[in-house]
Every structure is written in structure tokens, then in C-alpha cells.
Write a protein that binds this ligand. Structure first.
Ligand code: AMP
Ligand code: ZN
Length: 136
């Protein structure tokens, strides 16, 4: 079965578009976490952030910032969260990369719990070393 966002982009399924650019589109999330919850979606089907070209990445990020400004100026948002779920374990349900723009009106509307704790001795350096190898 074809990707739901590809179908939306082809016009086979409806969307509430808020902006369109050369390489990406912004439309409202059908299940908004808050009023104005928008998805910024590259027109080309990719699953992961690293698959975007520089131009696509720049446009997606730029449009997300512009949507956020509109949420503040037009909907009265006091702040905005931006996030990407990448991979099933991270909560990605639609396997077409998308950036959530979630306007925030009051504290406590949404809770993202990180359960952070202080790193053990030596752990941060071991992790940094490993990641540097992947980024050479
Ligand atoms: P994610 O969990 O990051 O993959 O998020 C997928 C998002 O897509 C969810 O927030 C859904 O509410 C949203 N969604 C799914 N189908 C549609 C649709 N047809 N139109 C707009 N948003 C959708
Ligand atoms: Zn797709």
C-alpha cells in the first residue's frame, strides 16, 4: 500500500495545506496535539532525515520556522515545539519523513518525558569516541 503522505501530495487524499514551497509542503496534522499542529513534509519520499538533500533540508527547516511564526502571530501561540520521529521505536508511524510543528499555548499541555540521569564516569567519552567514528 502506498505511503499516505505520498498520496496526499499527489492529491489522492485531502489535506489542509498551510504553505507550499518548491520541495516541501506544510499541512495540518489530522490529529492535532494543539491548535495549529502542522506537518512539514518533503515532496520526495524519504524515510530518514539524512536522506534529504541540502536544499530539501534547508527548505523544510525554513518552512517549519515560518509556520511557527504564523502560529505565534495568527493563532496566539506563546512557544513552539519542533520534532521528528525517526524509526518505529521513536514513534514514527508514517514512514515519510515529516517535521511536526506544535504550537504551545500553556505549560503542561504536552509532556515529553526524557528520564535523564547523570552519565557514569567515562561513559560520555566512550560514546563520543564511537560517534566520532561514525561521523568521520
Ligand atoms: P509520526 O508518529 O511522527 O509518524 O506522525 C504521523 C502523524 O501524521 C500523526 O500525528 C498523524 O496524526 C498524522 N496523520 C496521519 N494521517 C494523516 C492525514 N491523512 N492527514 C494529516 N495528518 C495525518
Ligand atoms: Zn511517501
Amino acid at each position: 500500500m502506498e505511503c499516505v503522505f505520498c498520496r496526499i501530495l499527489k492529491g489522492e487524499l485531502p489535506k489542509h495545506e498551510v504553505a507550499g514551497r518548491e520541495r516541501c509542503v506544510a499541512f495540518l496534522d489530522i490529529n492535532p496535539a494543539t491548535r495549529g499542529h502542522t506537518l512539514v513534509v518533503p515532496k520526495r519520499h524519504v524515510e530518514r532525515l539524512s536522506e534529504l538533500s541540502e536544499d530539501e533540508a534547508a527548505e523544510v527547516l525554513r518552512l517549519a520556522g515560518e509556520v511557527a511564526e504564523a502560529c505565534v502571530s495568527r493563532l496566539g501561540a506563546a512557544g513552539v515545539n519542533f520534532w521528528i520521529n525517526q524509526g518505529k521505536v521513536a514513534g514514527q508511524v508514517v514512514p515519510h519523513l515529516h517535521l511536526h510543528v506544535v504550537p504551545r499555548y500553556a505549560e503542561g499541555e504536552i509532556r515529553v518525558e526524557m528520564h535523564q540521569k547523570q552519565a557514569e564516569q567515562g561513559e560520555l567519552e566512550r560514546v563520543a569516541q564511537e560517534l566520532r567514528k561514525g561521523l568521520e
